[in-house]
Design a protein around this ligand. Sequence first.
Ligand code: DCP
Ligand code: MG
Ligand code: MN
Length: 314
Amino acid sequence: RSLAEECRRTYLRTQNWERDKLSNYEKNKNRNLFKFKAYRKAADLIKTHPTPIKSGKQAKEMNGIGDKIAKKIDEILTTGSLKKLCEVKQDDEANSINELTKISGVGPALAKKLVSTFEDLELRIPRAEMLQLEELVLSEAKKIDPDLIATACGSFRRGASSSGDIDFLLTHQTFTEETRAREAKSKDKKKGNHLDQLITRLKNCGFITDVISHGQLKFMGICKLDSSQHHRRIDFQLIPFEQYYCGLIHFTGSDLFNIYLRGEAHKQGFILNEYSLRPLGSTGVPGEPLPVTSEEDVFDYLGIEYKGPTERSH
Ligand code: DCP
Ligand code: MG
Ligand code: MN
């Protein structure tokens, strides 16, 4: 491609970007699809018009350009700029929303929510509120099935006086790795697994306010205890029963404790991760996962004195 062609393309790209500014602003920040379409249509009409537009009045003769846009065209033609466009460019909130919508899976509604709750999500959660959050989730889990196992992990489980978010792990004696694999293949997802059922309940009671992502085994979202409280980040993971206690150790942390414990495992000829504890063969190839039905089991295999969650903060 010639340099001239590159310049032309770059010019068109920036022109398009400017052209989309007002329409994207209406779409993403104000959720006003009517204005979004109106601006986009007007911009297209002017761009494809065979001769340059000389006045708002002339533009108004075209189908799709009304009074308000005609006025803006006059403003641009007489002053060389547009006040509203300058304001939009300086609107940090609108710019943040626009940037977030570039992430796949993040639409304008979620982007707007994330920006409006950003200050909330920066705040730490006092332990007293964590205890209430835990109680609410556990009571909903119990209503689905009294045998559903749910544990609030992370810094909360280590006894921290405040936490950055809520990390919940879920399992059931009947939810094995085999069940998980079968469910992943099955097309019948109508009823939903225990994770789906719990999320549905927590949405229905108004606790979960937003979804960031929701997969077969992992949910990430935003919750709120009641109107007097802040929005909080909450994660759920559904874990096959055989892997639950290795998962519990992993998601209880701290991250530094995990590094320490994995290092110890290595020294003893094992490999420990968030799913399993496996012996390493003489060639360094991991064997089958060892049966683990409690956190203590892991420490026992390693010949290390058991450390409770509150002793794992560093
Ligand atoms: N974890 C880990 N390594 C990472 C990230 C996480 O081992 N890089 C594990 C240990 C953490 C747990 O997952 O304790 C939960 O992750 P969080 O980021 O939620 O960390 P905490 O709950 O410990 O702290 P916070 O209070 O900030 O949420
Ligand atoms: Mg956490
Ligand atoms: Mn977390």
